[in-house]
Design a protein around this ligand. Structure first.
Ligand code: SAH
Length: 282
């Protein structure tokens, strides 16, 4: 099988939106290389439909006078080259004090907690700021929590659930509304040989009982909608690590969390993103 490779230059602020759109339209995966996005599509897909879609993006950017940095080029890659190109985008990454996130073809790092992630189609390889922030915060609060139950809300590749299991949480739940994500999470849980991670398709309403820690790296709008449910699933001394929040949206997310009875324990900025740690009011 061949692959279409599109190397795309686009202003930073539009990158996430473009990745989401392409993923919905059959894109197998995107990597960032030397400031460009490199997107792969199956070779049997019609190249014209992908180009048409990129032209729609160009038109939208033109409307907001942002075309300056937008360009793309196409190549048709044989399978072998695709694998090489894809692999180059994923190198081992040390996160926090103890974690190393690495793809299955790399050597594990001794003395670290290795999180093996096959970067399939789901989000969460540790290369995104919000995922890294979640790992750092889960590790930081690890010592002061009971570590009975952990919930990874919007698990993507399963990375945070796998991390929680390796930190010693006894029971780990992972949910995602996207069946491709739950499939990837199952595969990665297998690669890491974690037996206590239960993965379900759906959202927080698929869970019951309370958790010592909930990690939710989803966009602000979803976090705000789920605030009451997040609060209801937290044990009396439990915490929620909320991420995927753009800096200028942090206050409105926090307002919803307060409304739901939660208080702020920590605000953790990273670039244009902010993570919030909230807990039950005592
Ligand atoms: N936890 C991973 C992935 C975050 S991406 C990480 O930190 O890197 C966010 C994920 O949330 C996506 O896989 C998306 O499918 C999922 N998602 C979006 N809305 C959701 C909802 N309402 N309930 C559960 N999962 C949701």
């Amino acid at each position: 099988m061949n692959y279409h490779e599109f190397t795309i230059q686009i202003p930073e602020a539009f990158k996430d939106a473009l990745i989401n759109r392409m993923t919905r339209n059959g894109c197998l995966g995107v990597i960032e290389q030397e400031g460009s996005l490199v997107a792969f599509f199956p070779g049997n897909m019609n190249k014209t439909s992908i180009v048409d879609d990129l032209e729609i993006i160009r038109a939208l950017l033109e409307k907001s006078h942002q075309t300056g940095e937008f360009s793309y080029r196409h190549a048709l890659l044989p399978e072998q080259d695709w694998n090489e190109s894809w692999k180059k985008g994923f190198t081992p990454l040390d996160v926090g004090e103890r974690f190393t996130v690495l793809p299955p073809w790399e050597q594990k790092h001794e003395d670290r907690i290795n999180l093996v992630i096959d970067p399939g189609m789901a989000f969460g390889t540790g290369h995104h700021e919000t995922t890294r922030s979640c790992l750092v915060l889960i590790e930081k609060y690890d010592r002061e929590l009971a570590k009975e139950r952990f919930l990874d809300l919007g698990t993507g590749t399963g990375l945070l659930a796998i991390a929680a299991s390796k930190l010693g949480y006894k029971q780990v739940m992972a949910v995602d509304t996207d069946p491709l994500a739950t499939e990837a999470a199952r595969m990665n849980a297998g690669l890491n040989e974690v037996a206590n991670v239960e993965i379900r398709e759906g959202s927080i309403s698929e869970t019951s009982g309370t958790f010592d820690c909930i990690a939710a790296n989803i966009i602000s709008g979803v976090l705000m909608l789920l605030a009451p449910l997040i609060a209801s699933r937290l044990g009396p001394s439990g915490i929620a690590v909320l991420s995927g929040i753009l800096a200028d949206q942090a206050d409105e997310v926090l307002a919803e969390m307060r409304e739901a009875g939660l208080t702020l324990k920590e605000r953790f900025p990273d670039g244009k993103w902010v993570s919030l740690v909230v807990g039950k009011r005592h």
